[in-house]
Structures are given as C-alpha cells and as structure tokens.
Design a binder for this molecule. Structure first.
Ligand SMILES: NC(=O)c1ccc[n+]([C@@H]2O[C@H](COP(=O)([O-])OP(=O)(O)OC[C@H]3O[C@@H](n4cnc5c(N)ncnc54)[C@H](O)[C@@H]3O)[C@@H](O)[C@H]2O)c1
Length: 248
C-alpha cells in the first residue's frame, strides 16, 4: 500500500454496518484495516477486542508498523444485550459498557498521537438514535450510546487543537443481524418489515450503505469544518413524533 494514501481503522468492520463502512472508505481511496473479533472477508483485518486495552494498543501499533500512518478511526464495534432495568445483571451491564463505550475511548486514546501526526485526522463514532431515545429493555444500550455522543463532543474539544476532528453518527433502524431477532421472532417477517417501513417518511428501513456514505463524508476533507456533531441517519423516523393509530 502506498504511504501517500490515508489509512483507516474500522472496528467491528467484519460484517454489516462496519463492513459497508470499510467498503465505502476503500472505494473513496483510503487504505482500510478492519479490527474485529472475527476476520474480514474483504479487507486486511487484525484480531481486536476493543474492550481490552492491550489488544487495542497492539492493533494500533500493528497499523503503524505495517502502514506507517493512521488518519481515520471509525469506532463501530458494538453489541446489544437486552434486559429490563430491574432485572439488569451486573456482568451484562459491564460488558455493554466495556465494548460500546470504553472501547471507543481506548481506541481514541491510543490512536490520538497518530491521528494528530496525520494533519487531517478524523474519528467517527457510531452512536444511535437510542443515544437520545430508548426502546424497552435497552437501559444499558441506550446509556452506552448516550455516552458515545458525549465522548464524541469531549474528543472533538480535546483533540481539535491537534488537528483531529471527531463526529458521531446516530443510525436508526438499519437491517443487520443486530436487530434481525425482532423481525425473525414474528411468524410473518414481511409484516414486520412493512410495519417498520411505515415508521419512516422515506418508506423503508436503512441499509448499511446508507450509513457508510455519511461516514465516508465525515472521514473526508469535505467535512473539514464539522466536528463535535452527532448526525442522525434514520430516514426521517425520529423527525415525526408518534400519533395514536386512530389519528393516522
Ligand atoms: N443495526 C442497527 O439498526 C443499528 C442502529 C444504530 C446503531 N447501530 C450500531 O452500529 C454498530 C454496528 O452494528 P451492526 O448492526 O453492524 O452490528 P453487527 O452485530 O452486525 O456487527 C458488529 C460487529 O462488531 C464486532 N464486535 C463485537 N464486539 C467486538 C469487540 N469487543 N471488539 C471488536 N469487534 C467487536 C462483531 O464481531 C461484528 O463484526 C454498533 O455500534 C451498533 O450499536 C446499529
């Protein structure tokens, strides 16, 4: 790979949204490295557990050792374990925080000096519309995504003087294995897909590529004066407050 090309690390980039982001960045001319618990079929990938500081440090050293630079970090790796708040067990709460919130902090911390050296370093954190709202049984998930939105602003403030921008995206319903259990639990999958589509002014749920295109922009110089922002990508779903069914 040419040292002239910008280099991006995409965590959780082996499948779904992360894989689409990795594809989008590669198509835009960036050299992509995926860091994931599992290997990527399409991109160079390193074994990475974002919740483990040694693993994070080793992966970033490997990127620098093999590519000589790091310009873009996409903190995408995330998990969703569901429990009602009064039944929340400590181990599941701790795991959610470790992966979804501590993970992006650790990757940012270890990537920061290299992003600063880049001259136009960019971090994109993957938050969620649940960073500002919440589905039932999602206390831990929503808390981590609210945390990611706050971490994004803090990072933009701390690293801005070093020439590093940091933004977050807040996707709505994107069709991936993370949420397919809701759809698959219903006897008629299409009924759920249609009902979900009705929630969206654009008439459909999201696809990973819908998210990836915005991330590519946030990682590029075209967004050079944008930092500390959380950009919602939800097909307009949260722009429309719910009405009782009888009034629709
Ligand atoms: N799917 C949606 O509707 C939706 C909506 C809003 C936000 N998000 C967020 O988008 C991100 C990606 O979600 P997705 O739907 O593509 O999920 P997914 O479960 O399909 O993929 C997640 C990827 O992260 C990897 N991963 C999990 N734990 C890891 C760890 N500790 N270290 C490194 N990699 C790890 C997995 O191996 C997998 O490749 C997550 O942060 C999620 O919270 C998803």
């Amino acid at each position: 790979m040419s040292p002239d090309r910008r280099v991006a690390l995409v965590t959780g980039g082996a499948q779904s949204i992360g894989a689409a982001i990795a594809d989008g960045l590669a198509a835009s001319g960036v050299s992509v490295v995926v860091g994931d618990l599992q290997a990527s079929d399409s991109h160079m990938s390193y074994s990475l557990d974002v919740s483990d500081e040694e693993s994070v440090s080793a992966a970033i050293q490997k990127v620098i050792g093999e590519h000589g630079r790091l310009d873009v970090v996409v903190n995408n790796a995330g998990i969703m374990l569901e429990t009602r708040i009064d039944e929340q067990d400590r181990a599941s709460w701790d795991r959610m925080l470790a992966v979804n919130l501590t993970g992006p902090m650790l990757v940012t911390k270890h990537a920061a000096p290299h992003l600063a050296a880049s001259g136009d370093g960019a971090i994109v954190n993957v938050g969620s519309i649940e960073g500002d709202r919440c589905n039932p049984n999602h206390a831990a998930y929503a808390a981590t995504k609210s945390g990611v939105h706050g971490l994004t602003r803090a990072t933009a403030i701390d690293l801005g003087p070093m020439g590093v921008r940091c933004n977050a995206i807040a996707p709505g319903w994107i069709d991936t294995p993370l949420n397919s259990s809701y759809v698959d639990a219903h006897p008629d999958r299409q009924v759920v897909i249609d009902a979900l589509a009705d929630l969206h002014p654009v008439g459909r749920v999201g696809a990973p590529a819908d998210v990836a295109d915005v991330v590519v922009w946030l990682a590029s110089a075209e967004s050079r004066f944008v930092t500390g922002q959380v950009i919602t990508i939800d097909g307009g779903r949260t722009a429309r407050p719910p009405l009782p069914g009888i009034l629709q």
